[in-house]
Design a protein around this ligand. Structure first.
Ligand SMILES: Cc1cc2nc3c(=O)[nH]c(=O)nc-3n(C[C@H](O)[C@H](O)[C@H](O)COP(=O)(O)O)c2cc1C
Length: 221
């Protein structure tokens, strides 16, 4: 049985949108005959150390993350840099990625997707593809039953990874959903932004996490 190392790069850990999506990919992988994956959360120190070691023995690695400032969370970058000793090794694992973002358009994640494609080549890993999904933050607010079609497609991607060693291209397009807002959609977003409707949700998150008073902190200035 082929082994899968499933890495969650969200600072939110187990309750993250990334993990919700990765879990469905893992279900599809197992349904298609893959071994039960080893799941590690890079936000936990012990897991991140184990993830460096486990990279050396896995058949396939799946690294999922939220889009942070058009790129990746620092803990994912730290992990990638720790893989330097594996560069160009003969028996490196196959690698696939998942990037999901707050903005609804998939195009925000495309530059990071290009970086990850290059990363696979630089490491000397066979590239299985990158799952891109916009509007990921909605998964926090919605009940799981509301996303049944997304879960089904993610399971399908897990199955194709186990059977063919890469993600099914048609399913990747379906999961990505909206690539770019229509001109009217863009105007509506701009209006929502000007009226501070978008801030309303994120301000709530700052308060919920006790970070409201320090929201303008600039510790490196
Ligand atoms: C510090 C920070 C930076 C973010 N930057 C972006 C961004 O540049 N573009 C975007 O679409 N979403 C951005 N988001 C939203 C997250 O990508 C989104 O909420 C995601 O679903 C969080 O996933 P998680 O629960 O797995 O961490 C950002 C969120 C945070 C907290």
């Amino acid at each position: 049985m082929s082994s899968l190392l499933l890495l969650n790069g969200s600072p939110r850990g187990e309750r993250s949108n990334s993990m919700k999506m990765l879990s469905r990919v893992a279900e599809g992988w197992v349904q298609a005959g893959g071994a039960e994956p080893e799941v590690l959360h890079l936000t936990k120190k012990a897991d991140s150390l184990r993830a460096i070691e486990a990279f050396g023995t896995a058949d396939t690695v799946m690294l999922g993350m939220p889009l942070y400032t058009d790129s990746m969370p620092a803990l994912v970058k730290t992990y990638i840099e720790a893989l330097a000793p594996y560069v160009g090794r003969d028996d490196n694992p196959r690698i696939g990625f998942l990037v999901q973002s707050g903005f609804s358009e998939a195009l925000h994640s495309r530059p990071l997707e290009r970086y990850l494609t290059k990363l696979a080549a630089r490491l000397g890993c066979e590239y299985a593809g990158t799952i891109v999904r916009g509007g990921g933050e909605a998964l926090q607010a919605m009940p799981d039953e509301a996303s049944k079609r997304l879960w089904e497609r993610l399971r399908g991607l897990g199955e194709s990874l186990a059977r063919e060693g890469r993600f099914d291209v048609e399913l990747l397009t379906q999961v990505a959903g909206l690539e770019r807002l229509s001109p009217w959609g863009a105007r509506w977003m701009s209006l929502a932004s000007n009226l501070r409707l978008i801030d309303f949700y994120w301000n709530g998150q700052l308060k919920k996490n006790g970070a409201w008073d320090t929201r303008f902190a600039a510790p490196y200035v």
